[in-house]
Design a protein around this ligand. Structure first.
Ligand code: HEC
Ligand code: HEC
Ligand code: HEC
Ligand code: HEC
Ligand code: HEC
Ligand code: HEC
Ligand code: HEC
Ligand code: HEC
Ligand code: HEC
Ligand code: HEC
Length: 318
């Protein structure tokens, strides 16, 4: 919340003192210039013009905005961002202008749309910079996420003024994600799937759309399996007898996360074939008699029931 420079610094200075006020106006100007520089980056469209004007603009306060944008302002009362008015004792009511930039030029020109920052007309980079000026703390990895790199900005998923969803989302999950991720829509329609469409779990239980250090936006966890074992605690272990690939290769060496044609979300239709990727010689050997268990008629797991590991039996029979 400390990218909110005008407001933060203003109340960092001793209130009511002349010196504090001078500091304030210097910083407000400074903030405008920084803003204009950021917005004039290559690829900027008409909003660069707005930014240039905004550089010379002053903050007028939310009540002034409300005098012309009554509907938007009234609806804003229930917006989580209305809390910005409480930040650092925001007496001047700088809420709208925290996102739209200082508005005096826009107001003086009778509402000239080219003299105010409108995120809907800005580039993804401009929008992200604006939002991250406050939200970088909670979402530090956004700019290196696949979404940011593909120019899906904050308002690709969030709708500040129009949302009726939690977290100001444009649409509820998973519909929001399926708008762009059609392949995954198909996966969650497969016969066996994590019940995301049914609302039992969400894409964001496993992914952080704001980016992570891991691949595939997967939530960062202590070990690769923790994404799964936070819910599937019974297979987490540690076990006296570990099945090596569970810990080494991870859950994905046998399962697929979204949906599958195969029961238990296995990534192969036939369990013997799945096991024999690694065990062909063992399974066909003397332990199982004349190749017992190596044909597909009897799934290996009818005997090797505790396939994720056991505390009792080294062959995971019990
Ligand atoms: C004097 C009346 C007036 C005041 C005060 C005013 N606006 Fe506007 N605003 C307008 C008009 C008129 C438009 C243009 C509407 C249109 O063309 O569709 C507009 C458009 C906008 C737009 C959209 C710009 C675009 O690109 O289409 C934004 C954002 C905006 N105003 C924000 C603000 C904010 C923030 C404040 C307070 C700092 C504010 N306005 C104060 C009259 C005003
Ligand atoms: C948290 C950032 C944020 C705050 C705070 C904010 N807005 Fe906006 N505003 C946006 C974004 C983003 C858009 C672009 C359209 C959208 O995504 O809703 C926008 C669009 C607008 C528009 C254009 C509307 C349209 O339908 O095209 C107006 C007018 C506007 N805002 C006025 C205001 C006023 C007045 C306030 C204060 C009561 C305010 N905004 C506070 C982010 C904000
Ligand atoms: C690809 C879609 C997507 C994009 C892009 C996106 N978000 Fe989100 N955001 C979500 C979803 C889904 C949630 C709710 C689930 C969650 O908390 O992860 C959320 C939740 C949030 C929350 C509330 C909970 C929290 O984690 O703090 C904030 C704040 C937020 N987003 C800000 C941003 C900002 C700022 C940006 C741009 C820098 C952004 N988001 C970009 C999808 C997105
Ligand atoms: C001046 C600082 C500031 C800016 C700029 C800002 N936000 Fe926020 N945002 C906040 C505050 C404060 C909250 C409320 C946090 C809380 O509820 O504790 C918030 C809350 C949110 C939430 C969570 C809503 C919920 O239901 O929990 C989302 C999503 C969000 N902001 C997205 C955005 C996006 C997208 C932008 C850019 C268009 C943006 N914010 C710009 C300060 C800011
Ligand atoms: C506005 C379109 C859009 C929306 C909405 C959207 N995404 Fe994305 N997403 C993309 C694009 C574009 C990419 C990068 C290109 C790609 O990998 O497909 C991406 C990448 C990803 C990746 C990384 C893929 C990889 O190969 O590394 C994941 C995971 C992801 N999105 C999940 C989500 C989730 C979960 C949601 C919903 C909360 C969501 N997305 C919403 C467009 C979107
Ligand atoms: C149970 C956890 C989980 C859930 C729920 C989940 N994912 Fe994934 N997702 C993963 C894992 C794990 C991967 C990496 C797959 C791999 O490494 O083979 C992945 C990969 C992806 C990718 C990269 C391309 C691909 O398919 O490999 C996208 C895009 C994606 N997920 C989108 C989504 C969307 C959209 C949703 C919700 C509709 C969702 N995921 C729900 C765990 C999950
Ligand atoms: C947010 C909790 C959650 C997370 C995270 C999660 N799962 Fe699940 N998983 C479930 C639930 C709940 C079910 C049961 C779904 C049902 O009854 O349809 C399930 C079902 C399964 C099944 C099928 C079980 C059966 O009886 O058919 C497998 C296999 C599975 N998950 C593997 C994984 C893997 C692998 C991961 C990590 C990529 C993972 N899960 C992450 C909640 C989760
Ligand atoms: C070596 C392959 C393999 C690995 C690795 C693996 N599984 Fe499994 N898993 C299976 C097989 C095979 C089944 C089906 C067992 C059956 O049919 O009785 C299964 C079944 C499941 C089930 C269904 C309920 C149950 O316990 O039988 C869940 C949930 C599950 N696995 C989660 C996970 C998770 C989470 C991980 C990672 C920590 C993981 N699996 C790693 C092979 C594996
Ligand atoms: C990705 C490779 C891989 C897959 C797939 C796999 N395993 Fe394993 N399994 C191993 C490794 C590696 C060991 C440890 C071997 C050792 O210690 O010599 C092991 C050990 C075992 C053991 C214990 C062996 C012993 O010496 O006591 C049994 C039983 C076993 N696996 C059965 C299965 C079954 C049944 C499946 C199919 C559901 C399966 N495995 C799938 C790699 C795999
Ligand atoms: C009819 C029950 C049964 C079936 C089906 C079965 N096994 Fe076994 N398996 C056993 C028994 C019993 C042992 C010996 C356990 C012991 O040494 O205590 C064993 C041992 C093993 C071992 C350890 C061998 C060694 O020498 O270290 C592996 C690996 C193994 N089985 C893999 C498989 C695979 C892969 C399949 C499916 C293709 C399979 N089993 C099917 C009962 C079965």
């Amino acid at each position: 919340m400390h990218g909110n420079r005008p407001v933060t610094r203003r109340f960092g200075a001793a209130p009511g003192k002349l010196r504090g006020l001078r500091v304030l106006s210097t910083i407000l100007l400074g903030a405008g210039v920084v803003c204009a520089t950021a917005l004039a980056a290559p690829g900027a469209n008409s909003s660069a013009g707005a930014a240039r004007d905004a550089a010379h603009a002053q903050y007028v306060g939310a009540e002034t905005c409300a005098s012309c944008h009554e509907e938007v302002a009234n609806a804003f009362a229930t917006n989580p961002h209305a809390k910005m008015a409480l930040l650092h004792g925001n007496a001047k009511g700088i809420t709208c202008e925290n996102c739209h930039g200082a508005g005096s030029a826009h107001v003086a020109a009778g509402g000239d749309p080219t003299k105010i920052f409108n995120p809907a007309k800005a580039t993804a980079g401009e929008v992200d910079a604006k939002c991250l000026s406050c939200h970088a703390g909670a979402h530090p990895d956004f700019l290196r996420s696949p979404h940011a790199k593909a120019n899906v900005s904050c308002i690709g998923c969030h709708d500040i003024h129009g949302s009726k969803q939690e977290a100001l989302l444009k649409a509820p999950q998973p519909q929001l994600c399926f708008q762009c991720h059609n392949d995954q829509r198909a996966q969650f329609n497969m016969p066996f799937h994590h019940r995301v469409n049914e609302g039992l779990i969400q894409c964001s239980d496993c992914h952080d759309p704001h980016g992570t250090f891991g691949n595939n936006n997967l939530r960062s966890t202590a070990d690769q399996n923790a994404i799964c074992t936070k819910c599937h605690t019974d297979v987490r272990g540690p076990f006296v007898y570990e099945h090596a690939p569970v810990k080494a290769e991870g859950c994905m060496s046998c399962h697929t996360p979204h949906g599958s044609q195969n029961a238990r979300l296995l990534n192969m239709p036939n369990i013997a074939v799945l096991c024999n990727q690694c065990h062909s010689r063992v399974a066909a050997g003397t332990v199982h008699g004349q190749g017992a268990g190596s044909d597909s008629s009897e799934p290996c797991t009818t005997c090797h029931t505790y396939i994720h590991g056991s505390n009792i039996n080294a062959a995971f029979l019990r």
